[in-house]
Design a protein around this ligand. Structure first.
Ligand code: SAH
Length: 233
């Protein structure tokens, strides 16, 4: 099986490259894709660069060019909900684009033309994650995640996103990856570790916790890969 593991920033995939150790690098569409042969399977690892457009390009490249049959996203996010603290892990149950606004035509915020407000995640992969969390005694939340091409560092904006989308976390790639994968029928799993609280201290917290939170997410993803491979036997 070919399994894609993507992040948005170098820090989000570095722990994975360090862990798997040996990889081949292929350049495509102005990005690097790192190919790992692992237990008879192929892992395709890449960081997309930040935002929905780059995330879409990378996700579709991993699926179409590198023939990935499952896609995992590992990274950091801002917390909206008070019960998510720095370093906490959350999986996305469904995702929405908080900055997609055609409300002038009577549609709700986040509505995707010919689509819907939310993209649903894959239940089987979330089930695997819950089993891993239970086995390892890791606290794992399930959240609606809101995605937009904005770094959220404002209390009012954060509250608006939370209220409008019932979202517990905010980031800049997830919903684009979800939409891409659902469009072509590829199961995906989006995991985020909290780096900041999307408030006025967010940029400072982000810089301080990017590395440690990225590592927590990546470590969990390594167990996900193991579980997916075991299940494919
Ligand atoms: N420091 C970077 C910009 C980081 S943008 C630079 O200078 O280029 C934030 C990244 O982390 C995005 O990939 C996003 O998915 C995630 N993220 C973490 N906290 C966030 C927040 N509060 N709002 C939006 N995205 C956030």
């Amino acid at each position: 099986m070919n399994i894609a593991i993507m992040g948005a920033m170098p820090e989000e995939i570095e722990p994975l490259l360090d862990y798997y150790g040996k990889y081949e690098t292929i350049e495509y569409a102005k990005n690097n894709f790192y190919l790992v042969d692992y237990k008879g399977h192929r892992l395709v690892i890449a960081y997309s660069k930040i935002g929905k457009v780059y995330a879409t390009i990378t996700a579709l490249t991993m699926i179409k060019k590198f023939k990935c049959q499952k896609l995992l996203f590992s990274g950091v996010a801002g917390a909206i909900s008070d019960d998510l603290g720095i370093g906490d892990l959350t999986v996305a149950t469904k995702l929405s684009q908080h900055d997609l606004d055609i409300t002038a035509f009577g549609h709700p915020y986040g509505f995707v033309p010919e689509g819907s407000v939310y993209e649903e995640s894959n239940g089987e992969l979330i089930g695997f994650a819950k089993e891993i969390a239970e086995q390892k005694g890791i606290k794992l939340k399930e959240s609606i995640i809101a995605t937009g091409d904005q770094f959220i560092c404002d209390q009012d904006k954060k509250e608006w996103i939370g209220k409008t989308f019932k979202a517990s976390a905010v980031e800049m790639e997830g919903a684009a990856v979800a939409l891409t994968c659902n469009a072509v029928g590829i199961p995906f799993f989006i995991l985020r570790s909290i780096s900041d609280a999307a408030d006025m201290d967010a940029s400072f917290d982000f810089d301080e916790f990017l590395k440690s939170s990225s590592k927590r997410s990546a470590d969990f993803m390594i167990s996900m890969v193991e579980k997916i491979i075991d299940n494919a036997k």
